[in-house]
Design a protein around this ligand. Structure first.
Ligand SMILES: [Zn+2]
Length: 288
């Protein structure tokens, strides 16, 4: 946080230094679309093959084969979800929230691709539909589906309140991955990573630029849908914050389930789809 009373006096050319033009760090205009041209037909002809209903203050995992669609839906009441993605056959490869943010901005929507961590940086999934795309950005600078927040966790809770709470999204995802992958809790925890906050309404305050949340506009029936570019496992926590309009990391908020569904396309429609590959950088890092 910046000092309200800086320790150092501004130089005489401070205004000049501040007035230089802004440059987008990672222009994405040249990024090719990874969606097959017949993606609408793929989705229209797809049929449901699996579903997991995630209980409030818990998490669940579901496998999404390459070329399938993952739909996350609000059911029963307004609820936000913390999403992790792993490559199914190698969970060390996982969603890279920070680089996705650097590419697409603080909040994602239809057309944005979720990449995996280095050294893979492979396209894991692209958002194909978002029933909350009408929201845009509000007067507070807030929007939905952020890649800013990391996930609520018991360590930060302990730091700020001194309490131990075991149903933060970090813990929920840890238990769900441990059960799904058949690995110990201590191992699973190391694979839980920064999330895509599905349906959560967040932004940065105008004055202090702190991360804020306000009640999500999500309502039952709203959904966010993805096309999987490779075999992925999705982990979703129904955050203890509920709609995250007030507080999280406690049992205070009203919480509701979230539904994950997998739709597989008709084999006749999958011809144009090709599975994504790891980034082709040679990994020499300048050392021949
Ligand atoms: Zn949470």
């Amino acid at each position: 946080m910046k000092l309200t009373r800086p320790h150092h006096t501004a130089p005489t050319d401070a205004d000049t230094r501040r007035s230089v033009p802004v440059r987008v760090c990672y222009p994405i205009a040249g990024l090719p679309s990874l969606l097959p041209s017949n993606v609408s037909d793929m989705r229209a002809g797809a049929s449901k093959v699996d579903e997991v209903l995630v209980a409030p203050r818990e998490a669940g995992c579901i496998d999404v084969p390459a070329g399938s669609f993952l739909r996350i839906s609000s059911v029963d009441g307004p609820q936000v979800g913390d999403l992790n993605l792993w490559k199914t056959d190698n969970i060390a490869e996982r969603f890279f929230s920070g680089k996705t943010r650097a590419l697409y901005g603080t909040h994602v929507s239809t057309g944005d691709t979720l990449y995996s961590n280095l050294p893979y940086m492979r396209a894991l999934a692209t958002i194909t539909d978002d029933s909350l795309d009408w929201y845009g950005y509000d007067a507070d600078g807030g929007s939905v589906h952020d890649v800013i927040g990391t996930r609520c966790d018991p360590y930060t809770g302990r730091l700020l309140s001194g309490d131990d709470y075991h149903h933060c999204c970090h813990s929920n995802l840890t238990r769900a991955l441990a059960d799904h992958a058949g690995i110990p809790i201590s191992e699973a925890e190391l694979h839980v990573h920064d999330v895509l906050n599905v349906f959560m309404l967040t932004g940065f305050t105008h004055d202090t630029h702190q991360y804020f949340m306000k009640a999500s506009p999500v309502r039952p029936g709203d959904y966010l849908e993805f096309l999987a570019h490779t075999d992925i496992t999705a982990g979703l926590s129904a955050c203890p914050g509920g709609d995250c309009g007030d507080e999280h990391s406690s049992d205070v908020a009203a919480c509701f389930p979230l539904l994950m569904e997998v739709y597989s396309p008709d084999p006749e429609d999958i011809g144009e789809f090709t599975e994504s590959l790891p980034n082709p950088y040679d990994r020499s890092h300048g050392r021949g």
